[in-house]
Structures are given as C-alpha cells and as structure tokens.
Design a protein around this ligand. Sequence first.
Ligand SMILES: [Zn+2]
Ligand SMILES: [Zn+2]
Length: 322
Amino acid sequence: MTVRDAAGPAIGELRALQVAIELCYFDVLPLRPRIRWLESYTGYLTRVAQANTISSVDGLSALVFAHQDRRVTRTAADFPPLSFGDLPMLAARPVPVLLRTTFYHLATKFGRSAHPQPLSRFLAGSIYASLRYCPDCLRDTGYYSLTWRFLALPGCVRHGRRLLDICGHCGWPVPLFAAPLRIGICPRCGGDVRTCIAEQLDADKKAVTLSRFYDLVFLLSPRLEIGDDGDSARYVGWRLGYRRRVGGLLARDVAVRLGTSLNQVWGIERGSVVNKGASFATYVAYADLLGLTIRDVFTAPLLPHDMDDVATTEEAADDGEA
Ligand SMILES: [Zn+2]
Ligand SMILES: [Zn+2]
C-alpha cells in the first residue's frame, strides 16, 4: 500500500464530513459545476468531487449516494445508474440532464434497455473500459467527453490528434473513476496526462473522426423529433435492408462479411431486439459496409415501398437454397 493509498481515503472522508456539515445548512454542495457538452458521467462526478475537494470515491459516495452500497459507486462507468442518489438535489441538476452524461439516449434510439447489464452487452466491443483522452482538450476544457469512450472514434475532432488510451507516464490504462478524483491526473501514478503527446491524424483518419463524432453527437443526444422510440430499431432495419438490396447484396453475404450469423442480419433488418439482438458494433459495421453513416441509418427518408416486408420472401428463398 502506498502512502497516498493509506492517507487518501481518510482525508477524502474527512473533507466529505466537512461538506456534509455545510450541506445541513444549504442542502446543496458548496460548489456545483455545470455539466459540459457531451461530458461523461464519471468525468462529471470527478469534477464535482474535485470542486468540493473530496478526493476519495468512498467519501463522495457517503455524501451523494448515502443509500447505496459504496461498491456500486466505485463501479460507475457511464451506464445510466439505477439511481442518481442525492446528486440531482445536491448538484442542482435534474435527472434528464444527468442522463445525457450516460449512454441512455443511445440505448433508447436502438430500442434497447437502458439498464446497465443489457446495455453493457449491447455496447460490448464498442467502448473502452478505461479513459481515452485528448491531452489538448483536457488542457483547454478540463472535462472528459463521453464520445471518447467509443472505439469507433479514432481521434479528437477539435485538435486532429489520436485519442490516447494509456497514461504516457506509467504506460497503464487510466481508470475512469478513482482517487484522487482529479481531472487529468492518472490515479495509478499521479502523473499529469495533460502533458502527454498524441500524434496527428492523417487526412483519412480526420475525415473518419469527423463523421463518427457527428454520429455520436446524434446518438448521445435526446431525440429532437417527436416519435416512438420503440419503433426506431424497425426503421433502422428497413433502411439497412433497403440499401443492401439496392446495392445487390444478399443477406448471407452481409453475414459473412460482418462475421455474424444470417439470423442476426435478419434480426437487424426486422428491428428485432429480442434474444439479445445484434450489438452496437454490428450495427456500425453493417452501416460501414453499405457506406452509410449512423445518422443516415436513423434519418434518411423512407418511401412506403422501401418498407415492404421483402425480408420474409428473401428469407424463405435463402432457407430453400440452404
Ligand atoms: Zn482535443
Ligand atoms: Zn499513470
């Protein structure tokens, strides 16, 4: 155990106690940072703790999530939590605003459950378990973007540099949410990751970064149009199926090229979310295969005949040939 490990929690909890005494008078945290655009939940919790000089997760947990086992708080990873505890009151941020810091809106757009377990299955292989970051953004803006979690995003859209996925000082992945709860500081070695150097992206990667970034902004934001979220997976399936047929591709070819089963391709095209459904990574790979962005897949206009249930005929033919 290091000196910091031994001292950190005690000091953190002491400060939490101090803050708790102040809370008795005001019912809000002394300092309540505003949530930044596309900020991640774990990053926001870190900034709340840092602003109020709380340095341990247990200290923050005792204060904000008093009715929750602190082991639950320690596993925060940007999935919509089952409870925000007293955070809406103490940070004066309503639940809908806090949900935007999580993967909640992405889940509902695909008609998926926003509960942590099924959502982590849906996102398996698509998100990085530790912090990915742009040192320049951290120096300029001082917060963690939720978009950085996605492996499909190669770089930073503002600075045109590759996102880093390890600490440049100790060489280890940087935990998302851990003592000393300071933005830009590696919890493993205490190094300042804002001083790390990320390589420039080439022109192709910059173009991919820009397109992916807009996709993620769309997916992580609340829906702007009025519609039934329960139907969105079906519309996505229709658009993918329509574009596949226009491109002269058979569903079985798609399955081979995506390395998935034919049933999963039919499931996507029918908008089926039962039996676990396809993963987010498979949707992204399918859209890439057809040269579509994720925005196209959700928003391209559909004509009534595009939505004919040709999948059934094709499926029957496929079964016959098989
Ligand atoms: Zn940046
Ligand atoms: Zn480090």
